[in-house]
Design a protein around this ligand. Structure first.
Ligand code: 3SK
Length: 514
């Protein structure tokens, strides 16, 4: 499998689907978008970016809720040779201020509902944004900003894609680490194509008759593949949802739009199975589900299969590899494992000496495959640590059994994965310690009764100070992205420490297991 040197992923998808102009590409809460409309609107967006003076290889920040304008924005940017930086919609003004400055985005494509947060970030200065396009404004637009539909209506579709090479930077996604700022992970046009060819088509076996629905939003690498790269590579239909993927919101779409393939994460599947509103098997049309983000406990997959008659295919991917590289397969599922390497990817488990470990022993996971990111933008040190001569270090620990199935064994760093999203314990601890009553804090991952990781904070209060559990949780929620607050919080008189004063988080983890 090879790609021509000149390759534009947006044009590739449009060309592939020109015979399907009338078929539905996207359905959101406001209506549908056919393949013909998707191409027309994306090419208009490309023309609008060009008319605004945004040039090839410059970045635009894509801060949008999932909806039909999201793929138009992403593909329109690619078509214009402009690099969309798709960002998490749940972050704080501080986070966006950093991303605007770091990416040097020249424009922002933003949902009206997120405009106040963006404006707070922009008011802090240090950015180069000169063009603001607002999708579904909720109030008056700031001076000079354009409304999305009006910006598209004002131009003709760009006649042809701006020339790009398959290995040109195509888009960025931010990836978070346990310390430091999020890393701008730079992916090529070709990387999108590779994930569809190696995983989306052969493993999920998607066809144009499928209706895909992803609980993971499109700014996540997982959601981008599920709701854009894979379905559009086969001419399928995609259901998009702006709201949080609660069980109720998900069930509503399952029943109304009858998706055939659903992409979720273990916490979501557990929540749905526990819901009294779980639809009957006959009310839905699911033929397959995919799970990623954290290891899927086998018991959840089995209960789901017993109710819906539908398998959940568990896999692991990463922002750096763009999508899934180890996976179970329809018809070859070993519950409780992540399955086997996806064809086209090599996987190694290495010990502390850097050499492969024997089967049954825990090792650090390294992957080699064609969808690996180019680098972290302007971060030589972290790029070197992660992208090592063709191999990408994932930061996960795994074991492999004699039959070749891989089983998750934890993270190599201190990161926690909660509901499939990375959370840095240090960031949560530092925030708790900003509270006037808190002397110190330590945050660990704690398994709940379903075997899923939640954050737990141990807090020591200052002598004579008082604070409640709810007050401290709310304090974190107000200062960080809301998903980062500790679900459990315990007051303790002291934290376990080494002789040199380092907090021994492993002792807290051991205590929780007893
Ligand atoms: O969390 C995962 O396993 C994952 C899967 C696909 C793409 C990206 C990620 C992080």
């Amino acid at each position: 499998m090879t790609l021509p040197t000149r390759f534009n992923f947006a044009e590739h998808l449009f060309a592939l689907n020109r015979g399907r102009a009338e078929r539905t590409a996207y359905i959101d809460d406001r209506g549908t978008l056919s393949y013909g409309q998707l191409e027309d609107r994306a090419r208009r967006l490309a023309a609008a970016l060009k008319a605004a003076g945004i040039r090839r290889e410059e970045r635009v920040l894509l801060l949008m809720l999932d909806g039909n304008d999201w793929p138009v924005s992403f593909l329109g940017s690619l078509y214009a040779g402009v690099v969309p930086v798709a960002v998490n919609t749940l972050l704080t003004p501080d986070d966006y201020a950093y991303m605007l400055d770091h990416s040097r985005a020249q424009a922002v494509l933003v949902s009206g509902a997120l405009l106040p947060t963006l404006q707070e970030a922009m008011a802090r200065g240090g950015h180069e944004v000169h063009t603001l396009i607002v999708s579904q404004p909720t109030g008056a637009l700031p001076d000079g900003a354009k409304e999305f539909d009006a910006a598209l209506a004002a131009v003709e579709p760009l006649a042809s894609p701006v020339t790009t090479a398959s290995d040109d930077p195509g888009f960025w996604l931010y990836s978070s680490g346990s310390t430091g700022k999020p890393k701008g992970t730079v992916h090529t046009h070709a990387n999108l194509w590779w994930t569809a060819e190696l995983y989306g088509k052969p493993v999920l076996d998607l066809t144009e008759n499928d209706v895909c629905f992803s609980a993971a939003k499109m700014y996540f690498a997982y959601g981008l593949g599920n709701a854009l790269t894979f379905p559009l590579s086969v001419g399928a239909t995609v259901v998009l949802m702006a709201e949080r993927p609660t069980p109720d919101a998900t069930f509503r779409r399952w029943v109304e739009h009858k998706p055939t393939v659903f992409f979720g994460a273990p916490t979501g599947f557990a929540g749905m199975l526990a819901s009294p509103k779980l639809p009957a098997r006959e009310a839905v049309a699911l033929r397959m589900c995919s799970s990623a983000g954290e290891a899927l406990p086998g018991e959840i997959a089995q209960r789901f299969k017993a109710h819906f008659g539908c398998e959940i295919i568990d896999g692991i991917g990463s922002t750096e590899m763009l999508h899934i590289f180890i996976s179970n397969r329809p018809g070859d599922i070993r519950y409780g494992t992540t399955g086997k390497p996806v064809d086209g990817y090599e996987v190694e488990l290495r010990g502390e000496d850097g050499r492969p470990v024997p089967d049954g022993e825990v090792g650090d996971l390294y992957i080699r495959g064609p969808s690996s990111a180019l680098m972290y933008w302007a971060n030589r040190e972290k790029s070197r640590e992660t992208f090592q001569g063709g191999w990408t270090k994932s930061g996960d620990k795994y074991t492999r059994d004699a039959d070749g199935y891989f089983t998750y064994a934890g993270r190599s760093d201190d990161m926690l994965k909660v509901s499939g999203i990375y959370v840095s314990p240090f960031e949560v601890e530092a925030t708790l310690m900003q509270h006037p009553a808190v002397l110190e804090a330590a945050v660990i991952g704690k398994e709940d009764t379903e075997g899923l990781t939640k954050t737990k904070a141990f807090v020591v209060l200052k002598d004579g100070s008082a604070a409640t559990e709810e007050e401290l949780k709310a304090f974190v929620k107000e200062r960080l992205a809301p998903y980062k607050y500790p679900r459990f919080l315990e007051f303790v008189s002291e934290l376990p420490k080494t002789a040199t004063g380092k907090i021994q988080r492993f002792r807290l983890r051991e205590r929780e297991k007893q």
